[in-house]
Design a protein around this ligand. Structure first.
Ligand code: ADE
Length: 247
């Protein structure tokens, strides 16, 4: 996958994109990443990228000429998403990250200041994504979150093939959160490990994990249960939890 980012602070990407999974993806030739400085597309001697809003009010707006010139310089083809990172966009979810991972190329535009001139959206943007209902100082951190979530969906990026399918929110878990995990030592500060995990009964372990995932999702994110794939067994287990809680 090729990812181009347009940002006012392109150096913010250096540390994140040169470590861990991001670095491995680049090293294995699965990611071709470039962060470009929007300021390089300004034409005046002060390299101006923003201006005050028509109609008054506070804040500065990213200029349409500079931003559209920057996007066009990347020569997006008709199929490539050109995504504005913004708190007004559609929410980044697991299914959005899977959808984006299927493209050969992404262009991410990071806003700053009060926003971007509306004509940039009309002329050069075809998607707009938010990473949550809060406002960041700029789109750079949001772009890094999106890149991480998307890359781990690309086959070969994660070491263990299919590991991403067992993650919370992934299809392998039917849209549930993952349950608890344990590793050695068997006892830590007086706390043990559930006996089923050391029993060697794989079917029992799977059943326990499924039930723990149901329990955790019900406690932490009950809203996810509405969209989860639930068997009759799952439904019966959840009914039991609800009944217990009602006591
Ligand atoms: N830029 C500012 N806030 C943002 C958010 N919540 N998501 C994506 N981009 C942003």
């Amino acid at each position: 996958m090729k990812i181009d980012v347009l940002a006012l602070f392109p150096n913010m990407f250096e540390a994140v994109m040169s470590q861990s999974m991001m670095w491995k993806a680049r090293d294995r030739g699965l990611l071709d990443f470039h962060a470009h400085d929007i300021r390089d597309y300004a034409v005046d001697k002060h390299r101006t990228v923003d201006d005050s809003p028509y109609g008054g009010g506070g804040g500065m707006i990213l200029k349409p000429d500079v931003l559209v010139r920057a996007i066009e310089a990347l020569k997006p083809d008709d199929r490539s998403p050109v995504i504005l990172m913004s708190p007004q966009g559609r929410l980044l979810t697991h299914s959005v990250s899977v959808e984006l991972s299927q493209h050969a190329r992404l262009i991410l535009v990071c806003g700053r200041y009060e926003g971007v001139d509306e004509r940039v959206r009309e002329l050069a943007i075809n998607d707009e994504i938010s990473i949550g209902d809060y406002v960041l100082t700029g789109g750079e951190l949001a772009a890094m979150v999106l890149i991480d979530a998307v890359l781990r969906q690309i086959p070969g990026v994660l070491g263990a093939e299919g590991a991403q399918n067992r993650d919370s929110h992934a299809d392998g878990l039917g849209g549930l959160l993952e349950g608890p995990h344990y590793t050695r030592p068997a006892e830590f500060r007086g706390l043990g490990v559930p006996a089923v995990l050391t029993s060697g009964h794989h079917a029992e372990v799977d059943r326990w994990r499924r039930r723990q995932a149901l329990k955790r999702t019900w406690r932490m994110r009950p809203d996810l249960l509405a969209g989860a794939e639930l068997s009759d067994d799952d439904m019966a287990f959840l009914a039991g939890l609800i009944e217990e809680a009602g006591d």
